[in-house]
Design a protein around this ligand. Structure first.
Ligand code: GTP
Ligand code: MG
Length: 170
């Protein structure tokens, strides 16, 4: 039979990593070169069908600016899934992503399906984070890992699909 699931999903990561752009690509199929920095958080929803289920994602796109950090628990509390986003052209953004992983390991839902997204993979000439380094880190920490581009759409639907496949069935 086919199951209908509602899944709260939170995006976390450094400012400018591309969280809002990934959501805009996934939900509306659009990309903005001058996406505005998120204030507080923004809510979206989108439904995806996988083989045995239809998953309605309730998506919280959080603000990466440090001054909003204290709000994050409101958005990851009770979340079934998280996408932690870094920018492959900025090593510091991977360091920030690792801090989010630690915070979720300590304070998040232990059954959360967590993905690491190395975004802006269209900017190969500016790459600072090697794919294999991030993949190894993700494997050690039990994270789903994909490099994405909100600009070209590479792996954007895929990351949400992979999460949908891994969500516990009710
Ligand atoms: P905060 O809301 O401040 O936390 O930032 P954010 O993580 O939501 O980043 P946002 O989506 O606003 O993107 C920041 C900038 O990077 C924007 O100018 C985007 O156009 C650009 N950008 C986002 N994703 C990509 C991508 O995959 N490739 C390229 N080339 N640029 C991107
Ligand atoms: Mg944003």
């Amino acid at each position: 039979g086919n199951t209908n699931l509602n899944a709260k999903l939170v995006l976390l990561g450094d400012m400018g990593a591309g969280k809002s752009s990934l959501v805009l690509r996934f939900v509306k199929g659009q990309f903005l070169e001058f996406q505005e920095s998120t204030i507080g958080a923004a809510f979206f929803s989108q439904t995806v069908a996988v083989s045995d289920a239809t998953v309605k994602f309730e998506i919280w796109d959080t603000a990466g600016q440090e001054r909003y950090h204290s709000l994050a628990p409101m958005y990851y509390r009770g979340a079934a899934a998280a996408i932690i986003v870094y920018d492959i052209t900025r090593t510091e953004s991977l360091e920030r992503a690792k801090k989010w992983v630690l915070e979720l390991q300590k304070q998040g839902n232990p059954n959360m399906v967590t993905a690491l997204a190395g975004n802006k993979c269209d900017l190969e000439e500016k790459r600072q984070v090697a794919t294999e380094e991030a993949r190894a880190y993700a494997e050690e920490n039990g994270l789903l890992f994909l490099e994405t581009s909100a600009k070209t759409a590479i792996n954007v639907n895929d990351i949400f699909h992979e999460i949908a496949k891994r969500l516990p069935r009710a």
